[in-house]
Design a protein around this ligand. Structure first.
Ligand code: FAD
Length: 369
């Protein structure tokens, strides 16, 4: 039996959300154990593009329409989580994002009206100004729309930092999955048991965890394929959004994505999809047409309304922190704050009600007793 601390919490899952919860809970004084059987690269968080994009997500993702203020609160929560180095937070950049329309796509002027209606900052740029902002970009003679609202994380850098911070705060990391829980005791896949007052489920789709929280039954998978051009494409500058996909600049090379394949949860890269994504990237940055590429796949977990499950389960001692769909990185620190406030009986803030797992109660099977 692993030793208990007075307020001990076990977190199932070491992706973006589990790690953010581990850090925020440990900072609040909880004794935290983080259990995850996967390698650091083995989850959706590791393949993500790392956009913190409240503005463009609210416009381009049908499930996120009307959520600009909530998503912007998620973006802001990163400033509390990350340390400042040389005046800027580790792994986070604030380069903005640029809409590059196609002739048949939404014009920059129309996009600007949508931004204004939701209270988001934006400005129209000529093609020359857009090219100057993102060298190598071919805006095809179209006016573009720039916003400062959307930021970016380097998910590799930030994941490493979150692990180091968690370990430094005394979080114990165990390479096993959680197989059972009742208040006071969690069981691990390596046969050990762990004394824990509370379980936080941050296990993404959480396949196999349904007996631990009936609310997980509402989650469905969305497969996402994305290309990483190591050492090629834009390495700094705004994220480029276009009707055919996005190009995210990273110091190690550009990322082009991503598919939204509803109901699929296999991790097989599809070569035809890869070529389509490459063509979309090369249409914006012609040098990507022949650059070396890594094709990556991740599975997002989604609820019926697109917002995550954050808060108490029907099952005693269990809290949910999962189902963040395509905005898990954006929302991770906000989710961690809400989870920590709930467990501490502190005010949960204005966004918790929208993410309450009980909003799907009628769809979930009743608890066993
Ligand atoms: C291609 C792609 C691009 C994306 N781009 C962005 C983006 O730009 N911005 C953004 O905000 N989001 C993006 N996302 C979405 C984002 O990646 C996810 O929402 C986020 O990673 C979810 O994090 P998570 O911690 O919930 O889950 P995961 O990262 O999936 O982590 C869950 C972890 O739980 C572990 N686990 C499972 N079962 C158990 C168990 N029983 N016990 C213990 N551990 C368990 C798994 O091993 C896994 O490591 C993207 C996703 C994809 C696929």
């Amino acid at each position: 039996m692993i030793t208990a601390s007075p307020k001990s919490i076990v977190i199932a899952g070491g992706g973006a959300i589990g790690l953010a919860c581990a850090v925020v809970l440990a900072r609040a004084g909880y004794g935290v154990v983080l259990a995850d059987p996967a390698d650091r690269g083995g989850n959706a968080s590791a393949v993500a593009a790392g956009m913190l994009a409240p503005a463009f997500e609210s416009v381009l993702d049908p499930a996120s329409k009307g959520l600009f203020t909530l998503l912007r609160a998620g973006r802001e929560a990163w400033l509390d989580l990350l340390p400042q180095e040389d005046g800027s937070p580790t792994g986070l950049s604030q380069p903005g994002a640029l809409w590059v329309p196609t002739p048949s796509g939404l014009r920059a002027e129309v996009m600007a009206e949508t931004f204004a209606a939701m209270g988001a900052q934006s400005e129209i740029l000529t093609p020359i100004a857009a090219h100057a902002m993102s060298p190598g970009l071919d805006p095809k003679g179209e006016d573009c729309l720039f916003t400062k609202e959307d930021w970016c994380l380097d998910v590799t850098v930030v994941t490493e930092w979150l692990y180091r911070e968690a370990l430094g705060l005394g979080v114990e990391v165990i390479p096993a999955s959680i197989t059972a829980f009742s208040p006071g005791r969690a069981s691990l896949s390596d046969g050990r048991h762990l004394a824990a007052d509370h379980l936080v489920i941050a296990a993404g789709l959480g396949r196999g965890m349904a007996p631990l929280a009936p609310e997980l039954a509402c989650l469905s998978p969305i497969k996402g394929q994305i290309l990483f051009f190591e050492g090629a494409g834009p390495m700094q500058g705004p994220a480029i959004r276009s009707p055919a996909g996005y190009v995210v600049a990273r110091a190690s090379g550009a990322m082009v994505g991503a598919t939204m394949e509803f109901g699929l949860e296999d991790l097989t890269p599809d070569a035809v999809v890869g070529e389509r994504l490459r063509a979309a990237g090369a249409n914006l940055f012609p040098t990507l047409a022949r650059a070396m590429v890594q094709h990556r796949v991740g599975i997002r977990a989604a609820t019926p309304d697109g917002l995550p499950l954050v808060g108490p389960s029907l099952f005693s001692g269990v809290t949910l922190a999962c189902g963040a769909r395509r905005n898990g990185w954006l929302l991770a620190p906000l989710i961690a704050k809400i989870v920590t406030a709930q467990l501490s009986n502190a005010p949960v803030g204005p966004w918790a009600a929208q993410m309450d797992p009980r909003r799907f109660e009628r769809a979930a099977p009743p608890p066993p007793h």
